[in-house]
Design a protein around this ligand. Structure first.
Ligand SMILES: C[S@@+](CC[C@H](N)C(=O)[O-])C[C@H]1O[C@@H](n2cnc3c(N)ncnc32)[C@H](O)[C@@H]1O
Length: 474
């Protein structure tokens, strides 16, 4: 039985819902999008296309009985889907000035698309972020902000390039090819329909002084991890990240003997990885329960009770994890900080008990939130308050960092009750008042089952990618 939204069976629908994918070819990418967002084969739906490869898109449409119209020839017929491919424009850019000219053109086109797109239909924009000389420009995030004044921002998928297929059995797969974004917007009852330029703050303070080129060469663009299984006390925490992830960034951003800080330590993953890589490990954690687990894990690493079982080289770094609200960290708490890696609560997502992972934890009698404490950022209900408080914490920490040192923050864009909150971009835009943005690295998760959200009605991806945001203190 065919569904109402497109003509795909549930088996064909599901793979498209993965929020990152291995990019194979433009033809595959475009035909998957066209077939997902239209009722191909029987209704002669009309597709708008802006981009550099009209003939390939035309042949895909022709094969599926869809009508294609290019930006150049477009007058004002009703549209069922629009595809705006900005990759070629971006590839030619030499700075923000070029981008702003193209942005104006795209916004003009988008306004016309909006006027003619059928209700509840989608616009897909393909666009990369770009490093130009020593500067990194998040063009995709900016265009998403601008387009959100016209359409409703619904979702994103990350196209991950690689000359190899991921090796599922290896603990770590990090290809050396780039990524780009497929951004999804919908015309619906929440769309404002009128372009109002947004001052996104994403280009304000990105005049890089040093270091970007060398570091960005050593960072992967995206990676898949197969972390070692979590031990009993680590499972108690609802959102722990793997030590292997921290080690990857420590290898790039630290040297032996550096002081590493995580203001929201959880079970101490940062500190364990830091100690193992020859650094000193510091942190705070609001929950006394998790702080104790974190300290105990570090203690066992530095001074193992059953020494004979630990034949590996001994760990000599210093560690200290305080049971403290990260808002109150002061320069007297720790020595000067060389590198910060951390992951905050993802707003109040853990309080959304319906989430699949939450249901499983409830079943097993495990904690589903960090704490009931008022100071816990995961208990803030208002998104803007949450961002404000988090930014204040990071500003305070940035003051403690040495000039020329780095900060990595693991976050996710958030979907809540049908609305998209681009947490990773919002946080970056605010932090760029004080630190320089470096290329983001995607942590792509490949070990979770896809759920058929929205099947037959609309597109809702399964978010299986996290942002590793990187910054440098100038
Ligand atoms: C995403 S978890 C970090 C997990 C950690 N990276 C790990 O691997 O175990 C966020 C942590 O922030 C803590 N937290 C929330 N609000 C805090 C605050 N105001 N000060 C310090 N820690 C806070 C929570 O208790 C939680 O453990």
């Amino acid at each position: 039985m065919k569904n109402r939204f497109n003509r795909l069976s549930s088996k064909e629908w599901l793979p498209f819902q993965k929020s990152w994918f291995r990019y194979v070819s433009d033809d595959k990418l475009i035909s998957e999008n066209v077939l997902f967002f239209t009722k191909a084969e029987e209704s002669h739906e009309k597709i708008f296309y802006y981009g550099n490869d009209y003939s390939s898109v035309a042949s895909i449409c022709c094969d599926n009985s869809l009508n294609l119209v290019s930006a150049k020839d477009y007058q004002s017929e009703p549209l069922q889907f629009a595809l705006v491919d900005m990759r070629f424009d971006i590839s030619k850019m030499t700075g923000v000035e070029d981008y702003l000219i193209v942005r104006e053109k795209i916004m003009d086109i988008s306004q016309r698309i909006f006027e003619n797109l059928q209700h509840k239909r989608f616009l897909c924009v393909m666009i990369p972020n770009k490093q130009i000389n020593e500067n990194y420009f998040p063009f995709s995030w900016d265009i998403a902000y601008q387009l959100s004044t016209v359409f409703s921002l619904k979702d994103e998928k990350i196209a991950c390039m690689s000359s190899d297929s991921p090796h599922v059995n290896q603990p770590y797969f990090a290809p050396d090819l780039e990524t780009f974004y497929c951004l999804y917007f919908r015309k619906d009852e929440n769309s404002k329909g009128k372009y109002i330029p947004v001052e996104s703050g994403l280009f304000s303070n990105n005049q890089q002084k040093k270091g970007l080129v060398s570091f960005s060469k050593s960072l992967p663009y995206w990676f898949i991890l197969k972390p070692s299984p979590r031990k009993k006390n680590e499972i108690l925490h609802p959102a722990k990240y793997p030590e292997e992830l921290v080690s990857m960034f420590l290898n790039v951003f630290t040297r032996n003997g550096d002081n590493v800080l995580d203001p929201m330590s959880g079970t101490g993953s940062t500190q364990i990885a830091a100690l193992k890589s020859g650094c000193n490990a510091y942190g705070t954690e609001l929950s006394e329960f998790f702080m104790e687990i974190a300290n105990e894990r570090c203690q066992n690493l530095v001074n193992p009770q059953q020494k004979e079982l630990f034949l590996k080289e001994s760990i000599s770094g210093d560690f200290k994890i305080l049971n403290k609200d990260a808002r109150l960290i002061s320069k007297d708490d720790f020595p000067p900080v060389d590198y910060v890696i951390t992951s905050p609560p993802y707003w109040d997502m853990l309080n959304m008990k319906g989430a699949e992972n939450q249901a499983k934890r409830i079943e097993k009698g495990l904690l589903t939130s960090y704490s009931e404490l008022e100071e816990d950022l995961g208990n803030l209900v208002n998104y803007d308050d949450f961002i404000d408080e988090l930014v204040q914490i990071y500003f305070n920490i940035i003051d403690l960092m040495e000039s020329g040192s780095y900060l990595t923050i693991i976050v996710k864009n958030i979907k809540k009750k049908g609305k998209n909150y681009p947490f990773a971009w919002d946080l970056s835009a605010r932090l760029m008042e004080r630190v320089v943005l470096l290329p983001e690295v995607f942590w792509c998760q490949d070990d979770i089952n896809l759920a058929p959200y929205g099947y037959g009605n609309t597109f809702v991806s399964n978010t299986f990618h996290q942002y590793c945001l990187n910054f440098m203190k100038p």
